[in-house]
Design a binder for this molecule. Structure first.
Ligand SMILES: [Fe+2]
Length: 565
């Protein structure tokens, strides 16, 4: 469309000198009123076309009808000039070639060009007969008609050549764009760690390379076998931005139709194609919307096993218009790349889950060596998640907190039992060993490819609000809410459970300690949420098993909080 706009802009600019030249040649043969009418008309319609081509949106909206009208009026004006300028000396008909060549610049449909050439020949025949009938003879008329028709036919041939060259340039440019998009897509898709984002990116890439109005991508759930919509895209119209996932576009097929297309494609494993057909003058219906449903197929390395269908990409176009011939090929390639990326992502996710499970087991095993720390990470995770829920943290944030809580102390694998289980005061050297465990935890977890937020929480779960925590002594402004929650939950569990050097802190003393440190080492909002959970008894179930194992013990524990922190 942009190429056509540039061509129309060039034509509108060239029309001024072309018409001026024509009028200069034949002007003396025209009556003053006729000359004024022709000049006025040309200024009006070429002025409108010039205004249309200045802006892309304006051209998208009015460009096609404006250029067609300008082209038709060009023929009319040239015919009028030829007829009024008298039988001899008129070269205005040469301007017909201008019309045909410029039409070749803007159209790729040769049928339209031939139709325009036939119209021009007919108009020229009329003008020639009209002028030669006043005082000329039949011989003169035939010679003039033959000469002019030959020149016009030559102009038509040039127009055809221009149209073919332009359409080949367009094709090459379009295919180059497709190749670049496919390459970019292949590079980007391997970097996604979330299937929704991946699906969304695929839809946007498809929309950018094909003239689709919208699309949806759905995947088959590996466990339930159900079809689930992962992402939707509707092409923006005007200033409106892409909407997701509401599909209320006037041209979008109904949800039931989309599901039917997707189900058929999943069950058959074949492509579904509905062409957009519309009868001129009739209002478009859903049946006129072109639709392509492309299966996302994965061929496993086992050549004997059948290919599996991972999901479906459904796209639709404007009612009554068909997809471009290249659209299906582009969709085939993009869905093939997407299938491979989805399989890789699923493998990566499963592998990560497996590693996480192994690490959780390792962490539990580490804690199980010592009756005092047994179940610590699990309890911290449950307390932290309940605090986060009370504070309105998002589901994604709670998931980050969950993973970090379960792994936060795994670095204690590097701390000797003699230090971990020591009931007396730790020496400076032993403290140094102990203080290294958050860093070791982060180093153990780093190769897993966990989210950076998880690694941050693991490394900094002993930071304090007064900036005297370890390992970094982070400034308060650099301590996000999830880190503050984990720090409070960790300290709370350390106080609430029995340790080698003391019994569990009784509840009234524990509340006093929390109040004492809120706003100093601990975030007061987080502590407040924790207190409300205690008030509501929502933490009792977490400590039932622990309390049963150690028996109910309520000795005073002095400076337990300082030691725990
Ligand atoms: Fe720790």
């Amino acid at each position: 469309m942009e190429r056509r706009r540039r061509a129309e802009r060039l034509i509108a600019t060239l029309r001024w000198p072309a018409i001026a030249l024509g009028l200069a040649v034949v002007g003396e043969h025209l009556p003053a009123t006729g000359l004024a009418a022709i000049v006025g008309s040309v200024v009006a319609y070429n002025g409108i076309l010039t205004w249309c081509v200045q802006d892309r949106r304006r051209f998208d909206r009015y460009g096609r009808p404006a250029s067609l009208v300008a082209c038709a009026l060009d023929v009319g004006m040239i015919t009028l000039i030829s007829a009024l300028a008298g039988p001899v000396g008129s070269l205005a008909y040469v301007l017909y070639c201008f019309v045909l060549v410029t039409l070749g610049l803007t159209t790729t449909n040769l049928r339209n060009l031939y139709l325009a050439a036939a119209t021009v020949l007919a108009a020229n025949a009329w003008a020639t007969i009209y002028t030669t009938s006043h005082g000329g003879n039949a011989g003169h008329m035939l010679i003039a008609l033959g000469e002019r028709s030959t020149v016009i036919a030559f102009g038509c041939l040039v127009g055809v050549y221009v149209a073919k060259s332009c359409s080949q340039d367009d094709l090459l440019s379009e295919r180059g764009s497709h190749l670049r998009a496919i390459l970019n897509c292949g590079l980007r898709l391997t970097g996604f760690r979330d299937v929704h984002e991946l699906a969304r990116y695929v839809l946007e890439a498809v929309a950018a390379e094909t003239a689709v109005s919208g699309g949806q991508l759905c995947l088959v759930n590996e466990e339930s076998g159900e079809l689930e919509w992962e992402a939707a895209y509707v092409r923006p119209t005007g200033s409106e931005k892409a909407r997701d996932p509401t599909l209320d576009s006037g041209s979008a097929p109904s949800e039931a139709s989309l599901r039917a297309y997707a189900n058929w494609t999943i069950s058959s494993g074949k492509e579904f194609l509905a062409r957009g057909e519309n009868v001129d003058g009739e209002e478009a219906t859903e049946d006129d919307v072109p639709v392509i449903a492309m299966p996302l197929v994965w061929h496993s390395s086992d050549i004997e096993s059948a290919p599996s269908v991972l999901g479906v990409l459904v796209v639709w176009g404007a009612a009554g218009q068909d997809f471009h011939a290249d659209a299906i090929d582009v969709l085939r390639i993009l869905t093939a790349i997407s299938s491979a990326a989805i399989v890789n992502l699923r493998l990566y996710t499963n592998l990560q889950k497996s590693f996480l499970g192994t690490l959780h087991t390792l962490a539990n095993g580490l804690e199980a060596r010592d009756e005092y720390t047994q179940g610590h990470s699990e309890r911290v995770m449950r307390v932290a998640c309940r605090i986060a829920d009370r504070l309105g943290v998002s589901a994604e944030g709670i998931e980050v907190l969950r993973n970090a809580s379960l792994l936060h102390d795994i670095g204690k694998i590097g701390v000797p039992d003699a230090v971990l289980r020591k009931s007396g005061k730790l020496t400076a050297e032993e403290w140094e060993t102990m203080r290294r465990h958050p860093v070791v935890s982060e180093e153990i977890c780093r190769p897993l490819g966990l989210a950076p937020e998880v690694l941050f929480l693991v490394k900094h779960h002993h930071e304090r609000l007064d900036e005297k925590g370890y390992p970094s002594g982070l400034a308060a402004r650099d301590q996000p809410v999830l880190q503050r929650i984990l720090a409070v939950a960790d300290s709370f569990d350390a106080m609430r459970s029995r340790r080698p050097y003391r019994d569990a802190v009784p509840e009234d003393e524990l509340r006093a300690e929390l109040n004492r440190w809120a706003g100093r080492t601990m975030d007061p909002t987080v502590v407040d949420a924790l207190m409300r959970l205690m008030d509501d008894g929502e933490l009792n179930s977490i400590y039932e098993e622990h309390d049963r194992a150690i028996g109910s013990s309520h000795h005073t524990a002095g400076s337990a909080v300082r030691r725990a922190a």
